[in-house]
Design a protein around this ligand. Structure first.
Ligand code: G1P
Ligand code: ZN
Length: 543
């Protein structure tokens, strides 16, 4: 089957963001759009001839079409083998594991994560390297440069591969192995967690609801929670992946998981509630009458991880993204282990994990994970919680309160302003940046500013420097205001405002979060003029 050289012209907008290239599905459906980007990735890589490429996605609309195109391009470019999840499906952490487990050269993950899918939704492509993690900026910068000059792509003239049938297929000379998307991942989970103890929990009447949000974790959760751990059928809801996520928004937050939240706060709440996002890397954890913020969840998981067999020897260190609350820092301090603050985006954890400097990582955006893969991992967080619940024989609320009593509570919220005019958002950030030296020397009522800067990360492993990662205004009492622009939005700009206040051990831990942070919320607006400049009188989403 011959290789065709197809001429093309560059698209100006193929700059990978926080997590690969994300655009409206309609943009990805433009002729040559997928082909240009994928060929640009391959043109930026070296040494993959004859090697293995892992391919899979969250099953959203256009997944199937894009995968067939990618297989033809990979074959024409000389990959020896493609490993593809059956039906084109692989969760993001599942893909990361497959890359690592089979020592693949890298992988392409097709998803726009928690963004809606369908013809009017979003689509995305992300390249992960051989350690299973997102490509570092060195590669994504090279890919972007290539997209601006590309004039041809290579295509194998071969028929579609039958992705419905597990086993060996071919596209030209390239072998295409269709694999069970769940099996390897489930086996990995069994090495980390005490499955008999969790199964025992369910056998003794422990109840749970897992909302797969019509997205990729459905098959994983059915298999692991219901088939392997014995949770009653019906524990997993919305468990069949659909191309438009059942018309929903597969973002496991309190807005889009309102039915789960309402259930957990109501009289018929099960013991434990959880959800995951479009591609399976995020998690939402809710106990009976207790929502656990992702920042608290990170701290709690780190403090209790040694209860799970895979972490019985303790943690090397913890890492969190800069806007994530400092709750985990207090755990690291108590344990006497390393703590790292990195820019937003999972790719910044890769070097620390590879070097064995940290074991658990997390982001405020519902992302938690560990050294078992190089992506955040929604079901992993759920299973670690279950392992902790089984070992401690306590409820979620009790465990959370105990944690605050020991470490103190970091009240924390994020306010998002979506689809703001990009010019206005950039000007807001520029003006704020210009004010930072002045802000650094100010006190607002009784709050004295301790530092005001635009976060720059110095990677301790490879020495790389990433600047302009978000504006931080820190106060003497440990409170913080952080403002940054999203790198994953697909329309206009998304302004994210993060607010945090520390209440020490045995302090007041029962305040309403928005009330506890009300002074900081109005102060942030006073300093940055968000409402006046954007013309919005409230955030689009509060988490
Ligand atoms: C968002 C989250 C970030 C996460 C990323 C990918 O990025 O804030 O923590 O890593 O999605 O899931 P942002 O849109 O803020 O750039
Ligand atoms: Zn995701």
């Amino acid at each position: 089957m011959p290789i065709q050289t197809i001429s093309t012209t560059p698209f100006a907008d193929q700059k990978p963001g926080t997590s690969g290239l994300r655009k409206r599905t309609s943009v990805f459906m433009t002729p040559n759009y997928v082909e240009n980007f994928v060929q640009s990735i391959f043109d930026s890589l070296e040494g993959f001839k004859g090697k293995t490429l892992v391919i899979g996605g969250d099953g959203r609309y256009h997944n199937d079409v894009a995968i067939q195109a990618i297989i033809r391009i990979a074959s024409a470019n000389g990959f020896g083998k493609a490993m593809v999840g059956q039906g084109g499906l692989l969760s993001t952490p599942g893909a990361s594991h497959v890359i690592r487990h089979y020592k693949a050269f890298g992988g392409l993950i097709l998803s726009a994560s928690h963004n809606p899918g369908g013809p009017g939704g979003d689509f995305g492509i992300k390249y992960n390297v051989g350690n299973g993690g997102p490509a570092p900026e060195k590669i994504t910068d090279a890919v972007f440069a290539r997209t601006k000059t590309i004039d041809r792509y290579l295509l194998r003239d071969a028929p579609d591969v039958d992705l419905g049938t597990i086993g060996m297929h071919r596209s030209g000379e390239m072998v295409v192995e269709v694999i069970d998307p769940v099996a390897d991942y489930a086996a990995l989970m069994q090495t980390l967690f005490d499955f008999p103890a969790i199964a025992n929990l369910f056998a003794n009447g422990f109840t749970m609801r897992f909302d797969a949000m019509h997205a990729i974790t459905g098959p994983y959760a059915h298999r692991i929670l219901e088939d392997m751990l014995g949770a009653p059928k019906g524990t997993v809801v919305n468990g069949i992946p659909s191309p438009d996520f059942g018309g929903g928004h597969p973002d496991p937050n309190l807005v889009y998981c309102k039915p789960l939240h309402d259930l957990m706060m109501g009289p018929d709440a099960p013991d434990f509630g959880a959800a995951s996002d479009g591609d399976g890397d995020r998690n939402l954890i809710i106990g009976r009458k207790r929502f656990v913020t992702p920042s608290d969840s990170l701290a709690l998981l780190a403090a209790n991880a040694p209860l799970a067999p895979g972490y019985a020897n303790g943690l090397a260190g913890i890492a969190r993204s800069m806007p994530t609350s400092a709750a985990a820092d207090r755990v690291a301090e108590t344990l006497g282990i390393e703590m790292h603050e990195t820019p937003t985006g999972w790719k910044f954890f890769g070097n620390l994990l590879d070097a064995g400097r940290v074991t658990i990582c997390g982001e405020e955006s519902a992302g938690t994970g560990s050294s078992h893969v190089r992506e955040k991992d929604g079901l992993w967080a759920v299973l670690l919680w279950l392992n902790i619940l089984a070992a401690r024989q306590q409820g979620v609320d009790e465990i959370v309160r105990d944690h605050w009593a020991i470490y103190g509570r970091n009240y924390y919220t994020r306010h998002d302003y979506d689809e703001v005019d990009a010019g206005i958002a950039n000007k807001l950030m520029d003006d704020l940046r210009a004010q930072l030296p002045q802000i650094a020397n100010t006190a607002y009522d009784s709050l004295k500013v301790a530092y005001a800067d635009d976060f720059t990360y110095h990677d301790p492993i490879d020495g790389s420097v990433s600047g302009k990662q978000g504006i931080r205004i820190g106060f003497a009492d440990g409170s913080r205001i952080v403002i940054r622009l999203s790198g994953t939005g697909t329309v206009g700009a998304t302004l994210r405002l993060y607010l945090e206040r520390y209440e020490p051990a045995h302090g007041q831990h029962d305040l309403d979060t928005q009330q506890a942070l009300s002074f900081l919320i109005s102060l942030a607006d006073r300093i940055a003029g968000i409402r006046e400049r954007t013309g919005r009188d409230a955030p689009s989403v509060i988490t």
